[in-house]
Write a protein that binds this ligand. Structure first.
Ligand SMILES: [Fe+2]
Length: 183
């Protein structure tokens, strides 16, 4: 499966442009993490790109979300390792992230929302001038972008990253595709 095929599948299954952007942001951070760890950038990036492909098909039902997604991804030809990462990124199934790929997707998923929200409260609503220290300040404000689980983001420690390093890497990755994100 090429990246183009993966993106076509995402767009065929997801109408909400913000959800597509969330998956693009997740892809960008996963690619940056793969480069950081010397892992397979395509494998990690495409796992991020596809991870919520079933969100509209399952209507956000957490009992089925990511199970269908993992099946759809398998049909597209992803590896079992990628399908497992997609499956366990939804904690509702009680399937713990095991591999580094699983754990990377798990902590990256909510980070995109925190960074996006931190950009949108700026006067220019842009990522360009946003600094990691501002995102870290927002991280500590419990009511800010409350849907972005701080506990889940903090599990970057399980892949050997300090929170500030993870935020910096994630922010730079999203800044690198700011035009695609409309931010
Ligand atoms: Fe997600």
């Amino acid at each position: 499966m090429t990246r183009e095929e993966a993106l076509d599948s995402v767009k065929a299954n997801v109408e909400n442009p913000n959800l597509v952007k969330h998956m693009l942001a997740t892809e960008a951070i996963m690619r940056a993490l793969a480069r950081r760890f010397g892992e397979d950038e395509e494998e990690w990036g495409l796992t991020g790109l596809l991870h919520d492909i079933d969100m509209e098909l399952t209507e956000g039902d957490m009992k089925t979300h990511s199970k269908l997604g993992a099946d759809l991804a398998r049909e597209l030809g992803v590896s079992e390792a990628m399908a497992h990462a997609i499956l366990c990124h939804n904690a509702a199934h009680g399937i713990p992230p095991v591999t580094k790929l699983d754990k990377a997707l798990f902590c990256t998923d909510p980070l995109t929302g925190l960074i996006t929200a931190a950009a949108l409260v700026r006067p220019d609503k842009k990522l360009a001038g946003l600094e990691a220290k501002s995102v870290l300040k927002r991280f500590k404000e419990k009511s800010f972008a409350a849907g972005a689980s701080r506990e889940q983001i903090s599990r970057c420690s399980e892949i050997g990253l300090e929170l500030n390093e993870f935020v910096q890497l994630g922010l730079e990755a999203m800044q690198g595709i700011a035009d695609d994100l409309g931010l």
